[in-house]
Structures are given as C-alpha cells and as structure tokens.
Design a protein. Structure first.
Length: 213
C-alpha cells in the first residue's frame, strides 16, 4: 500500500491532475465526505487528508509514504529526514510583509524602529528581519493575520499572498516580498527504499507533467 498525505483545498485540487498523470483517481471528494482516508482507483494507493502543517510530520514518521506540502510549511516546521525530489509548481504564492495603508514602513526601517510583527511564520519572519538587520517583536498567530495591523496588535504581518485581494480588501499594502512559494513532493526515506518501484513510478509521472521553471 502506498499512502499519500494531502491537505484539503488548493493543494488537493491542484494535485488531482498530477495524480491523473500517474493513472490515479481519488474516489471521494474531500469537500463532500467526512472520511479522512480516501480510496483511489488503484487498490494499492490511498490518500490521507491531514492539516497542511501536519503533512511533513506524517511523512517523516511514516504515517504516509509521500506527501505534498508548501515550501512555507517545510521551512517553518522543518524537513528533517524528508526526501524532496520535486518542486511541483502548484499552489504558487509568495510570502510578504504587509502593513496598514499609510504606515510608513520604509521610514520605520530607516529610523531603526522596533517593529511588532504578527505571523504564523515565526521562523521565516525571524530569519528575514535578522538578515535585514531590523529589530522585531514577533507575535505568533494561527489565522486572520490581516486583522493584526487593523486592531493595533502589530505594525506589520508576514503572510502568504496570492492575488493580493485579501490585503486590498483589508486596506493593507505589501511592502516586502520575502520569497516565492510553491508546493513540494516529500517522500519518506525508508519508504523510498522499501517501496522503490511504485514510489518511483509516481515521482516520474508527476515529473512528466510539472512545467519546467
Ligand atoms: P489572495 O487574496 O489571493 O492574495 O490570498 C491570500 C489569502 O489566501 C491569505 O489568507 C493566505 O494565507 C491564503 N493563501 C494564498 N495562497 C495560498 C497558498 N498557496 N496556500 C495556502 N494559503 C494561501
């Protein structure tokens, strides 16, 4: 049995064409079922639905042989012991710093002000501001980061941005582009050795449909 860990939403939806290339069709719609283990048309392949931030953990400890997860999650939660053969070029977005309209971020940085930054990406934010030499107090949040500058909780946020519509709707502006993000295939190292043939087949099929960078 090959077990693939996916999170619901963007990653699941954008993985379906990759699975199709490997001849794999998921038999349930995760938005319509409460099942957490989904069968596929291949009796020896199943999909487990986990939180995006849990995908590396499932794959690292062998709860799943393979998984698909964002570079943001891998950087923030670690990727110890994971083989990362492919950038799948899906669920593309960027990690950015955003502030309230009218907040003079450039002046604050220039003056060496201490900024309060709210984010769920504490490790990525800490690295970024340390490299830039900006002093920050980081506040860890688990959601709705956009609210932090609007309520006075923070001067800035570090969050994923795709179209920019969420920032715009909340009167926030992007002031730094930290890095581009896309989703990666991650593989359990032991599974790669023990189930080499079926796992290689899936990696090769995925590779055949990934657009060259
Ligand atoms: P947008 O309004 O298109 O800029 O999307 C921003 C919102 O969607 C933010 O709340 C982000 O956290 C979330 N988001 C954007 N891209 C992704 C992605 N690839 N994976 C997960 N969440 C994302």
């Amino acid at each position: 049995m090959i077990t693939l860990a996916l999170s619901k939403g963007r990653i699941f939806d954008e993985t379906l064409p990759l699975l199709k290339a490997a001849g794999i069709e998921v038999l349930d719609d995760p938005e319509k079922t409460r099942k957490l283990i989904l069968a596929t048309n291949q009796p020896d392949v199943r999909v487990v639905l986990v939180r995006a931030t849990d995908v590396p953990t499932y794959v690292q400890y062998g709860g799943a042989d393979l998984g698909i997860t964002g570079k943001d999650t891998l950087l923030e939660h670690g990727s110890d012991g994971l083989y990362q053969p492919l950038d799948l070029q899906i669920a593309k977005c960027r990690i950015s710093v955003a502030v309230r309209e009218g907040f003079d971020y450039a002046a604050a940085v220039r003056q060496g002000s201490r900024l309060t930054v709210a984010t769920k990406y504490v490790a990525i934010a800490r690295d970024f501001f340390a490299t830039k030499g900006v002093h920050v107090d980081l506040i860890k949040l688990y959601g709705s980061m956009e609210l932090a500058p609007l309520t006075g909780l923070a001067d800035a946020i570090v969050d994923l941005v795709s179209t920019g519509n969420t920032l715009k709707a909340n009167h926030l502006v992007e002031v730094e582009h930290i890095m581009d993000i896309s989703s990666r295939l991650v593989v359990n190292q032991a599974a790669l050795k023990l189930k080499q043939e079926p796992i290689r087949r899936i990696i090769d099929a995925f590779a055949s449909v990934v657009e060259p960078k």
